[in-house]
Design a protein around this ligand. Structure first.
Ligand SMILES: [Zn+2]
Length: 458
């Protein structure tokens, strides 16, 4: 019943409250399921969908307000220092058009993404401490126990200063999933805003061309055209990941695009697999790190229940608990607009929680984590040769070499007496450090798969 309703934004909090209180059995005669984990998870999914609807309605409201500006007000906005700064960020004098290269094709040994699995891809183990003469591949960057990423959907440019400040305060990077056709030449949402995101070292990816809200656009154009348009307008961007608008199942209930139901306005994972190394859902429970579906990465909307031990599908510390199925997993959280100060305070609370656990948690962009996870799942060490003061080897994976260049953290036990190490790949210095464990010294180096011989010198 609720699936066919268009719900005014102002009613959403009340409706959501009702759902949380009563469960959502749609008037059937079944017993309310409010106390079962399934029902609680279902409620979390509903909440995630309302986040998306709320976000789109907010952006619509803002656009409507702008449309009511007088010409003088519009001119004032255009001439404001903020708008000028945004326009100045654009590079001038570059008029030549280079047609985008055809995207690569997935093939064995050069996969664009991993297919879903019914059994685990690998055994989840604790940190490895290899014996002398062996190199181990860390499950997450810097040998952390679990991974965490934040992505932000739907062009909420008004929150950029907050997210930039958070990125600088904590030293982490975020991923923005951008709706390409919403970026225009007005002061409110401009390619200069997204160039700034990129230039600050954050990650710009796609949330499709029109958010599946254009009746004339086929899904492949939603995906491919947005990828090309963002790549062409944001210098340095490399769009290889997508946030599915409305989630993979394209649940548009309550949104301004709800009337668009034709097949061409639905998500399509087969199409997604042609253009992206990973695609993110709008809701979902944490899963084992060995079973992540990279074309439907589960994500916790608004990081709801991040600190709630009674909600194992979204409780962050479960990724650090060896007794949990979520042990060592990737926690993907996503946000839309942060409309109130309390929303921002909650983000700070989460980031503080992660900072306190930074020795065990890798906080990376969505795309960096998606790259690392797929490299790791297919990686191996080959051609290992041990000398008296260096060890040489290659690290190989099955993923596309152009798309997958996130360095893997590799660990080598140093011979007795060695306490320092340096490393190169193809003769170029790469990061190296040493750690001590149970009286032995290990080198940790970061090398890219399939990019040449690694030498660790000690
Ligand atoms: Zn969205």
């Amino acid at each position: 019943m609720k699936n066919s309703l268009t719900i005014p934004r102002t009613l959403l909090p009340a409706l959501l409250g009702m759902l949380l209180l009563t469960g959502c059995d749609d008037g059937s005669n079944e017993q309310p399921l409010a106390d079962t984990p399934e029902s609680a998870l279902q409620q979390a999914r509903e909440a995630a969908l309302y986040d998306e609807v709320d976000s789109l309605n907010y952006l619509n409201d803002q656009a409507a307000k702008r449309a009511q500006q007088t010409e003088t007000e519009a001119l004032e906005e255009w001439n404001s220092p903020q708008a000028f700064a945004a326009r100045s960020a654009l590079r001038t004098g570059e008029y030549d058009f280079t047609p985008p290269p055809t995207p690569p094709v997935s093939r064995p040994g050069q996969l664009l993404n991993l297919p879903p699995v019914s059994s685990p891809r690998f055994t989840v183990r604790d940190r490895q401490w290899p014996v002398a003469g062996e190199v181990s591949i860390a499950m997450w960057s810097q040998d952390k126990l679990s991974a965490f990423s934040i992505s932000i959907d739907d062009n909420h440019v008004q929150d950029h200063p907050f997210w930039f400040e958070m990125g600088e305060r904590y030293g982490w990077k975020w991923t923005w999933f951008v709706i390409a056709n919403q970026v225009g030449w007005g002061a409110h949402d401009h390619w200069g805003h997204w160039q700034l995101v990129q230039d600050k070292g954050h990650d710009v990816q796609t949330h499709t061309y029109s958010h599946l809200c254009d009746a004339l656009f086929y899904t492949y154009r939603e995906y491919r055209q947005s990828q090309v348009v963002i790549d062409q307008n944001v210098e340095g961007a490399r769009v290889v990941a997508m946030g599915y608008p409305f989630g993979l199942n394209t649940n548009k209930a309550g949104s301004p695009c709800a009337p668009l139901t034709s097949a061409r306005t639905q998500n399509d994972r087969t199409q997604a697999a042609r253009y992206f190394l990973a695609a993110r859902d709008v809701y979902g429970a944490l899963t084992s790190p060995a079973r992540i579906d990279f074309l439907n990465v589960p994500s916790v909307s608004s990081a709801r229940n991040f600190l709630n031990a009674d909600a194992p599908w979204a409780y962050f510390d479960s990724t650090l608990d060896p007794a949990s199925n979520n042990w060592r997993s990737w926690y993907s959280a996503h946000f839309h607009g942060l409309y109130a100060q309390t929303d921002k305070d909650y983000v700070v609370q989460i980031l503080d929680h992660l900072k306190n656990r930074e020795a065990d948690v890798w906080v990376g962009s969505f795309t960096a984590v998606a790259r690392y996870a797929q490299e790791f799942a297919t990686a191996r060490i080959t051609n290992l040769q041990q000398g008296s003061n260096s060890t040489r080897f290659e690290v190989r994976d099955d993923m596309n070499d152009g798309w997958f260049d996130e360095p893997l953290t590799l660990k080598l036990r140093l011979p007795e007496g060695s306490t320092t190490a340096s490393a190169t790949q193809q003769g170029v210095a790469i990061p190296a450090r040493v750690v001590t464990h149970a009286g032995n010294v290990y080198a940790l180096v970061d090398a890219k798969p399939d990019q040449g011989v690694v030498a660790i010198n000690y």
